[in-house]
Design a protein around this ligand. Structure first.
Ligand code: SF4
Length: 258
C-alpha cells in the first residue's frame, strides 16, 4: 500500500494510475517524464473510450503479479476490480478537452477519483468535481516558480486562482520539496495555504527518478527529517498542524487545526 492508504484509506492495489493526456504546459525540473521525447501530435480519446478501456488495461498492468509470492490470491483478485482512479501521472490532465465529462463518467461508474493538477487552468478545475482535488504548489514565489517549473507561459496568477477554489471542496495542496530549490520562505507557502484553505496539505520530498535524474542531483532529494522540519516551519505560520507522516515516501500530512 502507498501512503495514500495510510492518509486517506485508498486501497493501492485497486487504484488505477492514469493520465488522459501526455502533454504539459510546464517543464518542471523534478518531473519524471521526458521532455526530450515530447508527444507533439495527439489524438484525444473520447471519455467513454477511456472508461471502457480501464478494466482491460488494469488487467494488463497487473500481468506478472499473479505468480509473485508477495501477492496473495485474494489481493490479486481484488486488484482486477479497481475502485479508485488517480488522474495524474505523466501530463497535465486539464489539457485534455473532455476532463469534466471524464470525471463525471468515472464517478457515475462508482470510482473514487483523485484529480492532480498543476493549477494552470482554473476554469477547467471549476467544472470538475472529483472526490479529491489536488493542486500542486511547488514555489513560495513567482521567481522560484519560473526557475523550477519552466512554464510555457507565466501561469503564477492562474495557480493562485486555482488555490482559491480549494476551500469549498475536499482538496489538497501538494508541495514537492526539492532541496536547494524551493525549500525556503515557509511563511509564503503558509500564506498561500491559509488563503486556499484546502482540506489537506502534503509536503513530499522529491524522488530522483525517471528523466529528472538528468536535471537534478541526488543532493536535491531531501531526507525525511528535512521534509518534516520544513512542514513544521509551515505550521508555525499557519493554523495547519502535522497529523501524519510516512518516512518511506518522505511525505508529511498537514490538516487545519480545528
Ligand atoms: S506539471 Fe507535472 S507533469 Fe507537468 S512538468 Fe510538472 S511535474 Fe511534470
Amino acid at each position: 500500500m502507498c501512503y495514500k492508504h495510510q492518509f486517506y484509506g485508498i486501497e493501492s492495489h485497486r487504484c488505477v494510475q492514469m493520465t488522459p493526456t501526455l502533454r504539459c504546459n510546464h517543464r518542471c525540473l523534478f518531473c519524471w517524464r521526458s521532455f526530450e521525447h515530447q508527444v507533439d501530435e495527439e489524438v484525444e480519446c473520447p471519455p467513454e473510450m477511456i472508461l471502457s478501456a480501464i478494466p482491460r488495461l488494469q488487467k494488463r498492468a497487473l500481468s506478472g503479479y499473479k505468480i509473485s509470492p508477495e501477492v496473495t490470491e485474494e489481493r490479486f483478485t481484488e486488484a482486477l476490480t479497481p475502485a479508485h482512479v488517480a488522474i495524474s501521472l505523466a501530463g497535465e490532465p486539464t489539457l485534455y478537452s473532455h476532463l469534466p465529462e471524464l470525471v463525471t463518467l468515472l464517478k457515475g461508474r462508482g470510482y473514487t477519483t483523485f484529480l492532480v493538477s498543476n493549477g494552470t487552468r482554473p476554469w477547467v478545475l471549476e467544472q470538475c468535481h472529483p472526490y479529491q482535488l489536488y493542486v500542486s504548489l511547488v514555489a513560495p514565489n513567482e521567481a522560484t516558480y519560473l526557475r523550477l517549473c519552466r512554464p510555457v507561459e507565466n501561469y503564477w496568477s492562474e495557480i493562485q486562482e486555482s488555490l482559491s477554489l480549494l476551500g469549498s471542496r475536499r482538496s489538497a495542496i501538494r508541495i514537492t520539496l526539492v532541496e536547494g530549490w524551493n525549500d525556503h520562505l515557509p511563511d509564503r507557502y503558509a500564506a498561500m495555504i491559509q488563503n486556499g484553505s484546502p482540506s489537506f496539505v502534503e509536503v513530499k520530498g522529491y524522488m530522483r527518478v525517471g528523466y529528472s535524474r538528468k536535471r537534478l542531483r541526488r543532493e536535491n532529494m531531501p531526507e525525511h527529517h528535512h521534509v518534516h522540519a520544513f512542514a513544521g516551519q509551515i505550521t508555525k505560520f499557519s493554523d495547519y498542524r502535522i497529523v501524519d507522516e510516512n518516512p518511506t515516501s518522505r511525505v508529511v500530512l498537514l490538516r487545519r487545526d480545528t
